[in-house]
Design a protein around this ligand. Structure first.
Ligand code: GTP
Length: 358
């Protein structure tokens, strides 16, 4: 049985206020917490046992996922009292792995949405007898990422931090296959970054570090805008996940949601359980979490609206992240990038876009 570790301990600061109450991997994306898509993907690739490396709001994971049997997986949880970084988190869970020193262990960052072929990555790793095989993706502008160039044989030649003039368009896409003994060799009990410490150290020691370049869909769900795009692409079927609770289409309306017959919901929007979209409202390319209310005639485009929040009558919201329980009064207009804090109350017409922003 192949094993995996999923790193889900980050604070998700770029996703505030959505992550104030819910850790990033547990935010709903196309109808289920994001980590459920990753777990389904691992299961579909033949993984049977997964250890979740938690830290921030650790209790939320086990409360929802339990022992994993509903997903056809065996799940274990380890909680870091103090976050140990990506490498430290991996080392901190190795005592729960069951395979021998040469067994492959898949490690996934808890915020990567991809359509890449995990089975092919495992196959390459096994065939080459590699120490680590990294999933790499190509991007148009690598300046914001660490570059990972490879040679003609696919061996990684360097790990280069963000640079103004990147030497390669290949970046670390956040899913690795490790030989188990490599994880065991990471120093225990302290903060370790795999990207900055473990991988460069392996190269310096002459370890076999391979790149598996896969051109499939890839997205880092680190910001509200990316979360909206990822959810939309899953609903529309641009990237497939067996965990989406419905067929691909213009919208995903969960059982228990109510959408007025003359409201318009489309563009890959999700309407969560218990949510209400009233008459004449338009919801486009957005994520409405559980129990959200969108009042009559409001327009919600490219937004994430947190649990139990209310968007008042005639509001216009575009590219906005609304925290859980917030109340946005009638007639407010909020521009792209606005973030409404958890439980905030904006009075009717309290915020209007100036004409040059509209
Ligand atoms: P930002 O604060 O918005 O950068 O998000 P983040 O905290 O999730 O950090 P980042 O996106 O760099 O993390 C990449 C992945 O590693 C995410 O899935 C995190 O949950 C996970 N991660 C980062 N640091 C730790 C850690 O110290 N412990 C554990 N267990 N996971 C971590």
């Amino acid at each position: 049985m192949v094993e995996a570790i999923v790193l889900v301990g980050g604070r998700g600061t770029r996703l505030r206020p959505l992550t104030v109450t819910t850790p990033k991997p547990m935010l709903p994306v196309a109808g289920v917490p994001f980590v459920v898509h990753q777990l389904a993907r691992l299961r579909d690739a033949g993984v049977g046992h997964v250890v979740l490396a938690t830290s921030y709001r650790a209790e939320v994971f086990e409360g929802f996922l339990g022992d994993g049997s509903r997903l056809g997986l065996e799940l274990d949880y380890v909680t870091e009292e103090v976050p140990l970084g990506t490498g430290g988190a991996m080392r901190n869970v190795t005592h729960l792995l069951r395979g021998g020193p040469d067994a492959p262990v898949v490690v996934m960052n808890g915020d990567v949405l991809s359509g890449h072929d995990v089975g092919a990555q495992l196959g390459l790793h096994a065939a080459a007898g590699a120490d680590v095989t990294l999933y790499l993706t190509r991007v148009d502008d690598a300046r914001a990422f660490g570059c990972v160039p490879t040679d003609a044989a696919g061996r990684v030649t360097a790990f280069l931090e963000k640079m103004p003039e990147p030497v390669s368009d290949q970046i670390n896409a956040g899913c690795y296959v490790f030989r188990r003994a490599v994880l065991d060799a990471i120093p225990a009990g302290r903060v370790v970054s795999v990207e900055r410490e473990t991988f460069p150290g392996l190269l310096a020691d002459g370890a076999v570090v391979l790149g598996h370049v896969d051109p499939a869909y890839w997205l880092d769900l680190g910001t509200p805008a990316a979360l909206v795009v990822g959810s939309r692409d899953l609903v529309l079927g641009r990237v497939r996940s067996s965990a989406v609770p419905g067929p691909p289409g213009e919208r995903l309306v969960l059982p228990g949601a109510q959408v007025a017959h003359d409201a318009t919901v489309g563009g890959g929007s999700t309407v969560g359980d218990g949510a209400v979209v009233e008459a004449g409202a338009v919801v486009e390319g957005s994520v409405l979490q559980q129990d959200v209310v969108v009042r009559r005639g409001a327009l919600v485009r490219d937004c994430v609206v947190g649990q139990g929040a209310e968007v008042g009558e005639g509001c216009v919201l575009s590219g906005v992240a609304v925290g859980d329980g917030a109340r946005i009064g009638a007639g407010c207009e909020l521009p792209p990038g606005a973030r409404v804090w958890v439980d905030a109350v904006l009075g009717p017409h309290a915020v209007r876009m100036s004409s040059d922003q509209s």
